[in-house]
Each structure stands twice: as structure tokens, then as C-alpha cells.
Design a protein around this ligand. Sequence first.
Ligand SMILES: Nc1nc2c(ncn2[C@@H]2O[C@H](COP(=O)(O)OP(=O)(O)O)[C@@H](O)[C@H]2O)c(=O)[nH]1
Ligand SMILES: [Mg+2]
Length: 451
Amino acid sequence: MSSVFGKLRDLVSTFLKSFESYEEAVGSFIKELQKEMIRSDVNVKVVLELSSRIRERALKEEPPPGILRKEWFVKIVYDEIARLLGGDVAPDPSPRSLPWIVLLVGVQGSGKTTTAGKLALYYKRRGYRVGLTTTDVYRPAAYDQLKQIADSIGIPFYGERSGDPVEIARRAIKVLLNDYLCDIVIVDTAGRHGYGKEEDLLREMREISEAIKPSEVVLVIDASMGQKAYDLAKRFHEWTPVGSIIVAKLDGTARGGGALSAVVATGARIKFVGDGEKLEDFEVFNPRRFAARILGLGDIESLLEKFRAVEESEEVRKRLERALSLGRMGMRDVYHQLKSIRKLGPLRKVLELVPGFSLLKMGNGMLKGGERKIDAWVSIIESMTYEELDNPGVIDKSRIRRIALGSGRTVAEVRELLDYYELLNRMIRDLKRGRLRIKGLDLSRLSGEVD
Ligand SMILES: Nc1nc2c(ncn2[C@@H]2O[C@H](COP(=O)(O)OP(=O)(O)O)[C@@H](O)[C@H]2O)c(=O)[nH]1
Ligand SMILES: [Mg+2]
């Protein structure tokens, strides 16, 4: 099974090292990306959409300070793949109403029966009363396989070894809901029809679906399914609208390109992934982690660190903007500032490039004392009461002594922080009144240079 996404990692590192101009490198990257994606699992339409969005952003967006354009490009690729998969919003796997009836569909061998057990265990552990049933009458072992799973996790099972799958489904729902008082029922289905024709299978799925009116139809897809995934998902979706997707066998070598295609084909989201044969090997889908897997982000971990720094500095900038519009900066903002610097460690170089950040280290050369001073000030602020944080004006001599004692710092250090806080607020006040000018200052884009 070839995987575009293993290759993508090489593409990324080649891209980062290449000597071509940015535009050329983006062009070659996108061309390679398209080739690889098409050669492997991902549908052509998906590829074209994805690459045109990447290209557009790549040529339009300016990276934040401290980030190279090429590095920013990698973030764009990562973002766009994550966006296809649902972006930052993790799926909500809890039932939207009870009873909750799940109909699992998918082809033979995709992992449906195993997934039925995994899903049942997942909900059982969350306090639901779950029942299992199967409509697969074509494969003699199907009944036993699911019954054994149900027994092993101690939940009710209903099945019939032969008969009409639609009627079996109807009866199963009735029995599990009324006699066993289940509030979630998971219906496993056949992956291959008795006559072996795909259309017969799809028609049967539709009939079962119309008979039991499931709360959600879930398509189970094998992570290693290749180019076929797009068409397959689309066909299932046409016959029985797919509400969500579960990707099984993600523990294999496949990176899940087929799953990406299935998402686009159905417009449904991936809710869970299965990553092993055991029933515990199951978790709620995480779009960013999946995107990272797809990109093989292991070796650009440091780049991700840097992006985190950018996000951090965004927060610093927002707080500064607010302080400027209010004409005052709170002690909590200073605290956040100091923590950011400390958290970012050597990466605070990045932070220093953030517009407006330099303003904060001006004055008494706060960073001169190095990490030690930052640590001291952080622990001093942590020893303040809410009242003191909200209104540092109340901090008198005796409070200074108490804070020094509580934080294990000296009275001089506490005073130094308070002086810094004063100075900062004087500067911000002056800025607001226009007595101090910062070159090109407007509140949406602060420049750190002071005239
Ligand atoms: N490694 C691995 N194997 C799996 C996973 N899910 C299912 N399988 C295996 O895949 C095979 C087919 O699974 P099954 O649930 O019977 O598929 P079905 O035909 O769609 O019902 C079985 O051998 C399972 O043990 C998984 O997440 N990881
Ligand atoms: Mg099965």
C-alpha cells in the first residue's frame, strides 16, 4: 500500500532545504503533492481543491515576524489538511438523543464487526446501556463473532442466524429497546450480499435504514483503502446518507489518505479511529493529530514549537492592544507576559520580534537580568492576592514584606517589579494620550519602535 503521506514528509523536508525561490519551491511542492496524492489514495477533485487553496494562501499570506516564509508554508499545508478533517473542532461522540441507534455500514473486512464491539465498549464505559445486533446472515460466522464480542464485554446481544435482514433488524431494535431497556443500539451489517452484487448490498442497507430509522449511519472504512475509498464512500452515501465515519486499522502502515477522500465524498466527519485488534484500541478522532500523521510531522516538531510561539505572541499582542486602548495595563497582563517569555525559552527571540513586545522590555531593560529575574517576578506575582492583582495600588510596605516572604524573594525584588509595573503603565498612559509616539502606531498593528 503506497502512501502519499509518507512521501509528504520527504516533500516537506526537501521544500525546507531547497534553494529555489519561494514561488518556485511552492510550485514544485504543489506539483509533487498532487502527483503523490493522485498516485496514492486521494481523489483527484480533493487534490485539486486542496492544492489550489494551499497555493492561494501561500502566495497571499505574510508570515508573522520570526517565521520564515517557507516555514509558514508548511503550516499552511498542515492547516489545510486539518481543515479538511474538521479543523480545531473535535467531534462530539455523545448521543444527541436517546435511544441512540447506530447503523454500521461498509464493505467486507473493513472492520465493522470489530468496530461495533469497540463502540459498544466505549459507550458502556460512559454509563450507557448498550445492545448489539447484526443483520449479516450471509456469513455463518458473523453471528458468532458478534455474540462473542457482546459476551466478552457483558452487554445484551440479539441475532438470528437466518432470515430477512430487514425483519431481523426491526425485531432486534424492538427487543433491545423494550426488553433489554438499552439506550444505545449498535447494528452491525453484512459487508457482502448473498448474491455478491454491490447494488444488492446497497439496496439492503437502504431498506434496513428505512425500517429502523437509525439516529446515525456510520461508514466504517479501512485506513489502507486506496483510491477506491472516494467512490465507495460516495455510493454508500447516495444510498444511505452517511452521518459519520470511523477509520479502522489505523495502526497499520497506511496513513489514511483514503479516509480523507471518504470525508470529502460524504461531507461527513470522522468521529472515531480504531488502531488495533483489541476492543480498547479505539479513540475519538483528533483532526490535528491525524493531519500531523498524514504529514509525518515528526521531524518538523521544532517548527511546530515555533508556531506555538507565534500563537503565544498573538496573545501577548492582544493584551497589549487592550492595555493601550484602556490606557492601563493590569498586573495579570504583566504576569502573562512574563510567563510567555519563560515558556518560550530560547524561542523568546521570536517573541521579541513581535510588534509591541519591545515596548515591554524597554524602560529598565527587564531582560537584562535574564531568566532569573523573570522567575523571581513570576513567583512574586503568584504570591499576590486577588485584590492586589486587581489593584496593585493597595500594595503598601507591609504587603510588600508579606509578598516577599511568601514568594521567597527579597523586598528589593518586589519593589523592582512594582517600579517596572509603574513605569509600564506610565508609558502606556503617555502612549494613549499621544505624548509618547510609537512609529506607525495603530492599535491593530503595533510597531515596537519608539521615537
Ligand atoms: N490491526 C487492526 N485490525 C483490525 C482493526 N479493526 C479490525 N481489525 C481486523 O480486521 C479483520 C476484519 O474485521 P471485521 O471486524 O471482521 O470486519 P468486517 O468484515 O467489516 O466486519 C479482523 O481480523 C479484525 O481483527 C484495527 O483497528 N486494527
Ligand atoms: Mg462483519
